[in-house]
Write a protein that binds this ligand. Structure first.
Ligand code: C5P
Length: 397
């Protein structure tokens, strides 16, 4: 599970810094990409040359390269990494992390870090036991950082006690568990429809809707991050998918989305129907651009396939289907009716009456309705909303 992961390895000024070379090597052997950030004191214990030879990447220590003035962006590192591990972490570094004292590249990187942070303390037993160190470690825990407790044994001072940095194999194990834990959808194939459909009137005009695809794409990323193979059947949107486990099929009309969805549903463990599919399409399309005239223009529309209802009929016992309902009135009742009618396992309701919810927003406020329960969630970022929906799906799967 470490394969392909991007890991920032922070090294500070402790004798255990020599073990960081072994840790870097073990991570690289498992297929990780490792970027080392070392404090000035760390360099007293282990040379950057040793470390850069192991990782095949220049070691970062200063805010910029003195030779040519190249800026080392801690912000970019914070966005790049899947995890940051600080091993060994000295009492001084732990204190600075807890209090935001950003006087070196490692601490600025830590403060910019978007990924989970693991801290492996290394120090003498009395320093470790000191209330100040313990208070700082508690503060780091309250920030959500994971402390990899030091082991007991002989220390550099020849005293015996708790303070030895945990062995590199153990640190790798902690990371491995962390990366596997979130992979509850591994081996599952999930099809997701997203975005609007465009129903062509003539070569330049169409009937569309305000769907941005943001919710469907957030669901796709969330499923892929949790190990699923995702087929994203997407209408025209201006956003792109990022995760390599997402295979996108771009479609335009409701008919094209129907064809792709029916084809891809076979062999899928679940389908999430998040697209805002047109319910009607022009009966015929003009081959030429329709010209302005004095009279009214009448467009005759015919109904499209209800993709959800069609898949609901094809659905096998081991397949799960999730639908969406965007309502403006009698929301829960309408949603419950759709749940039944379309043979869904659960339906995600969002109401246009809620501020910040629905089309084009980055946030959404949902209610998950299944046969036995109605669960309301507060207004959240669409990414967090996706996690709530996928948690519900993962439980059923
Ligand atoms: O009936 P209504 O369009 O409100 O139902 C919404 C649910 O049905 C959504 O999950 C939507 O993706 C799906 N749907 C569909 N095909 C249609 C219309 C809606 O799959 N033609």
């Amino acid at each position: 599970m470490i394969k392909g992961k991007k890991i920032v390895l922070g090294i500070t000024g402790s004798i255990a810094a020599y073990k960081a070379a072994v840790l870097a090597r073990a991570l690289i052997k498992k297929g990780a990409e490792v970027q080392i950030v070392i404090t000035p004191a760390g360099k007293e214990f282990i040379t950057p040359l040793t470390l850069s030879t192991i990782t095949s990447k220049p070691v970062i220590s200063e805010f910029f390269a003195r030779r040519d003035g190249t800026w080392h962006s801690h912000v970019d590192l914070g966005l790049w990494a899947d995890a940051m591990v600080i091993a060994p972490a000295t009492a001084s570094t732990i204190g600075k992390m807890a209090n935001g004292i950003a006087d070196n590249m490692l601490i600025t990187t830590y403060l910019s870090m978007k990924a989970p942070v693991f801290v492996a303390p290394a120090m003498d037993l009395d320093m470790y036991a000191h209330p100040s160190t313990q208070k700082n470690l508690d503060t780091l825990k309250s920030y959500g950082n994971v402390i990899i407790e030091p082991a007991e044994g002989e220390l550099a001072s020849h005293l015996v006690g708790k303070g030895r940095m945990e062995e590199p194999e153990k640190i790798v194990e902690v990371l491995e568990n962390f990366f596997t834990e979130g992979m509850d959808l591994k081996g599952k194939k999930i099809m997701i429809t997203a975005g609007p459909t465009y129903e062509k009137i003539d070569p330049v005009r169409f009937i569309g809707n305000y769907s941005s695809g943001k919710m469907g794409y957030a669901l796709a990323e969330c499923c892929a991050e949790r190990g699923a193979e995702v087929i994203l059947v997407s209408g025209p949107v201006s956003i792109t998918e990022k995760h390599p486990n997402i295979r996108k099929i771009s479609v335009e009309s409701a008919e094209e989305m129907y064809q792709a969805a029916v084809r891809e549903f076979t062999g899928s463990d679940a389908a999430i129907l998040c697209a805002a599919v047109a319910d009607f399409t022009p009966e015929s399309q003009s081959e030429q651009k329709i010209k302005r005239e004095k009279e009214d223009l009448v467009l005759r529309l015919k109904p499209t396939h209800d993709i959800a209802a069609a898949l609901g009929k094809l659905k096998k016992e081991n397949q799960i289907m999730v639908g969406f309902a965007l309502e403006t009135n009698d929301e829960v009742e309408h949603a419950k009716d759709k749940l039944e009618r379309k043979n869904l396992d659960f339906i995600v309701l969002n109401s246009l009456n809620d501020k910040g919810a629905g089309f084009r927003h980055d946030t959404n406020k949902i209610t998950i309705i299944d046969k036995n329960s109605v669960t309301e969630f507060p207004l959240k970022d669409k990414k967090e909303v996706a996690a709530d929906i996928i948690n519900h799906l993962a439980e059923i799967l």
